[in-house]
Design a protein. Structure first.
Ligand code: FES
Ligand code: FES
Length: 155
């Protein structure tokens, strides 16, 4: 059995019929081909699958695609504007806030949400805001610096 869904992904209207058991992350990756969203654990631990749903960050491995019916989604592919990187993407690039890059899409989208809530966060608030996103490479230091840089750019 398949269920019809209609949603907007990165500004583009999508209509599909999906199995009710299909996870949102698999819908994004396997149906829409948006493979920037990663699967790191499938158990809600790592944050690699983080996207924005109606402006709020969610772990897309914890939702079914049918639960996103009617929603507006933003994935890492949708952050740039007219070929220009989002300020958080720019800061990650400039400060080398990544190594293998597997955590990076989720980390960036979580940072975008963090800065929407707290445009001028302290270092402790940044670390707290990103605690649901794991990185096994960087030691987090440059990630925190990149979020500070993006916050400064937004002031
Ligand atoms: S894949 Fe979703 S939290 Fe790890
Ligand atoms: S850069 Fe490799 S997991 Fe974060």
């Amino acid at each position: 059995m398949k269920v019809p869904i209609a949603l907007t992904v990165n500004g583009r209207r999508r209509e599909d019929a999906v199995e009710p058991r299909l996870l949102l992350v698999h819908y994004l990756r396997d149906v829409l081909g948006l493979t920037g969203t990663k699967v790191g654990c499938d158990t809600s631990q790592c944050g690699a699958c983080t996207i924005l749903l109606d402006g709020l960050s969610v772990k897309s491995c914890t939702l079914l695609a049918v639960q996103a019916d009617g929603a507006q989604l933003t994935t890492i592919e949708g952050l740039q504007r007219n070929g220009r990187l989002h300020p958080v993407q720019e800061a990650f690039w400039e400060l080398h806030a990544l190594q293998c890059g597997y955590c990076t899409p989720g980390m960036i989208l979580q940072a975008v949400q963090l800065l929407q809530e707290r445009p001028n966060p302290t270092e402790a608030e940044i670390r707290h805001g990103l605690e649901g996103n794991l990185c096994r490479c960087t030691g987090y230091h440059n990630i925190v610096r990149a979020v500070q840089r993006a916050a400064a750019a937004g002031r």
